[in-house]
Design a protein around this ligand. Structure first.
Ligand SMILES: [Zn+2]
Ligand SMILES: [Zn+2]
Length: 329
């Protein structure tokens, strides 16, 4: 048991509020972590706005780099002092049809860190030990944080996009800036589509190896094998469909999106497909973290003191960040 503090949404639509808190001793199978850094994800804005299922009051944050300060009974893999990562997938039931078929990302009764259990916008956090990841030593605490959602779920989206050589990324924030590096390392041609007129982000994308960058109102310079949409704007779906080749795939990587406008069936014709990516499995996480060290991925981060979390969220909402915001208690 330790005394600390957290930044909490009392309800949807309310700003974060600092609360003093006693963090209880970990239950069997849990660990108590001291938070070293916690990334800020677009999903946190959806929690703030009440756009996805969450319980309130809630402490958001699901890109947690933490150090084990206390282990509960039955925890055998983690030791006190060890640095671990905690992601969105807080735990799963282990027995539903999805858990039994290697699709724990689709579990019927999951627990999501920072949405249905308290997350990492805090000095400390409790986590299920079986869902903590070992982190590559090469990454500092702040640098590692964005790997834990932007990287993990971005990589699941990249895998679902298939092995095609030409790839379009719509929305060039925390996830795209990581996944672009992986795709370039895989020798693909990567085209970045940003908010129209956002030349700073387009320049940022080119600096990471993207072949071309432009506004999302443009088409990439060649038809692509696949497009991944990281932005929460539904109107990008028909635009991306028009950018992909026959047989191409449009992957919607966000947890929430505004409504998708209607479009002619001819744009889908030719065995084009639209899919969504939901959550991640622990196997995805382990595979990506190993890959991130191999590339190696370099995350671009802006660190904020935890108490300035409202400012970090506002900057993310306004598109004022390159890469990822990370909170440091
Ligand atoms: Zn399940
Ligand atoms: Zn996230």
């Amino acid at each position: 048991m330790v005394t600390g503090y957290a930044m909490q949404f009392d309800r949807a639509g309310a700003p974060l509020r600092r609360i003093e808190r006693v963090f209880s001793a970990p239950a069997p199978g849990e660990v108590l972590l001291e938070v070293l850094a916690c990334g800020v994800c677009r999903t946190d804005l959806h929690v703030a706005d009440g756009e996805i299922a969450a319980r309130y009051p809630i402490v958001p944050g699901h890109e947690i780099v933490g150090q084990v300060v206390e282990s509960g009974a039955e925890v055998t893999e983690l030791i006190v002092g060890q640095r671990v990562g905690v992601c969105w997938l807080g735990s799963t039931c282990g027995h539903c049809r999805f858990c039994r078929s290697d699709h724990e990302n689709l579990c019927d009764t999951p627990v999501f860190t920072g949405a249905t259990r308290d997350g990492g916008y805090a000095s400390h956090v409790l986590a299920n030990a079986d869902y903590c990841f070992a982190l590559p030593d090469a990454f500092g605490d702040v640098e590692a944080a964005p790997l834990l959602c932007a990287g993990l779920i971005g990589h699941r989206a990249l895998t679902m996009a298939g092995p095609g050589e030409a790839l379009a990324l719509y929305g060039f924030g925390a996830a795209a800036h990581i996944i672009a590096q992986v795709a370039v390392w895989e020798q693909r041609r990567v085209y970045a589509l940003t908010r129209p007129g956002d030349t700073a982000t387009q320049e940022f994308a080119r600096s990471l190896g993207c072949t071309w960058a432009g506004g999302s109102d443009q088409l990439p310079p060649e038809p692509v094998d696949a497009a991944i949409i990281f932005a929460a704007a539904g109107e990008l779906v028909p635009q991306a469909l028009r950018a992909v080749l026959k047989g191409g795939r449009v992957v919607c990587a966000g947890i929430h999106m505004s409504d998708i406008p209607s479009f002619p069936y001819a744009d889908l014709w030719g065995e084009r497909s639209i899919v969504s990516v939901a959550n991640l499995t622990r196997a995805d996480g382990a595979a990506f973290l190993e890959l991130a060290g191999k590339v190696p991925v370099q995350t671009t981060t802006t660190a904020y003191p935890l108490e300035r979390a409202n400012q970090a969220l506002a900057d993310l909402r306004a598109g004022r960040l390159e890469g990822a915001a990370v909170l440091v208690p």
